[in-house]
Design a protein. Structure first.
Length: 357
């Protein structure tokens, strides 16, 4: 992982193959966002076989193949989509282009696995839903701040065990380092990246739905601002939102591009989960001023105070579950409804956000 830049967040989990080599070939199309490296790692750790890679930019393909040399550089997207052996296409193209790519992938008879945000408009969401209905393929999303954080995975296990009772509220903080000179032009174009609540806010909204068990929610309020980057007028450098779930649970999150240079990683991401019988705090990427790694889980219940360092102990089970879902046409990793609902809510939060001047 490049600790300076969340755009290149590529966590490594624990090998836990659910298939034999060659049983689940996949390809990568669209390398605009560095999250494709984490997505690839997760699929390979679960036993998937990387067969192809394609991007219009040969330099991106070469950089990808330096880390994953087994991937054959395809001459075109069509070469991959026409290969009947490929079962899934993973993609991290520009956010505004992800829905169109997914529809092409599904129409070619393959399942689709995209980086967040999976789309940036309600029109794209409706088109993706229609394509899922038509093709019976999957449009899955890598919400990596939960799926590729061992502390976040462990918190989900604690909640399922009833460790803190019924979840009442989820509070999330998702600061990121901007590192503007390293960013491509599309990163600062609203019509291409979708806005901060649609983009990195999608992690937070997905976690809210997952931890609370809500199947729907309304956006009670949301705000965006460009506080300190007038040279990028279409950039939101701050955003927040409050949600109310259909089960009465509430959520609040703040996302921003203000990680200071003195922090040793790209962001001090934290999550606080309040239950009727206790609460959980996640310090996902570091515990500031302490050199003791990542994935810290603290929880308090009726019996006392507890701590667990999940790093290297939990892994990322989502990827194996996803592979088996594709093979068996099940929905154990994530339901299609959940993936789309998180996308819808982050789009709505962005659409109705108050612009703070």
């Amino acid at each position: 992982m490049n600790n300076a830049d969340g755009m290149n967040y590529a966590p490594v989990g624990k090998p836990a193959p659910v298939v034999k080599p060659g049983e689940f070939p996949f390809a990568a199309i669209g390398l605009d966002h560095g999250h494709i490296y984490g997505m690839t790692n997760g699929l390979k750790e679960a036993g998937a076989t990387l067969k192809w890679v394609y991007d219009p930019d040969p330099a991106k393909v070469e950089a990808y193949r330096q880390q994953h040399p087994e991937a054959v550089a395809a001459a075109s997207e069509a070469q991959i989509l026409d290969d009947p052996a490929v079962k899934l296409v993973a993609g991290a193209c520009v956010p505004g282009d992800r829905a169109a790519l997914g529809i092409r992938v599904m129409q070619a008879g393959k399942d689709y696995f995209t980086d967040k945000a999976p789309m940036i408009s309600l029109e794209q969401l409706d088109a993706a839903k229609a394509a899922v209905q038509e093709t019976k393929r999957k449009y899955m999303v890598c919400y990596s701040e939960r799926l590729q954080s061992e502390s976040a995975v462990y918190a989900g296990e604690l909640i399922k065990q009833g460790a803190i009772g019924r979840v009442l509220q989820v509070l999330g903080m998702g600061p990121h380092r901007l590192n503007a000179p390293s960013r491509p032009a599309w990163f600062f174009e609203r019509a291409r990246y979708g806005g901060i609540l649609c983009d990195i806010g999608s992690h937070q909204i997905e976690q809210f739905l997952y931890y609370t068990g809500a199947t729907d929610a309304r956006i009670a309020s949301s705000k965006i601002a460009n506080y300190n980057h007038p040279e990028y007028p279409e950039l939101d450098d701050f955003g927040d939102a409050t949600l109310i779930g259909d089960n009465g649970a509430t959520g609040y999150f703040r996302v921003d591009w203000f990680t200071p240079d003195g922090l040793r990683t790209w962001g001090d991401g934290r999550t606080f989960i309040l239950g009727t019988e206790g609460y959980i705090e996640l310090r996902k990427y570091l515990d500031i001023t302490r050199d003791d790694g990542s994935d810290h889980v603290f929880w308090i219940d009726g019996s006392g105070e507890h701590y667990f360092n999940a790093a290297g102990k939990v892994g990322f089970p989502y990827f194996g579950q996803l592979i088996l879902d594709c093979l068996n046409r099940t929905e154990n990793a994530m339901t299609q409804e959940h993936a789309f609902k998180a996308a819808e809510l982050c789009i709505r939060a962005q659409m109705q956000a108050v612009k703070v001047e």
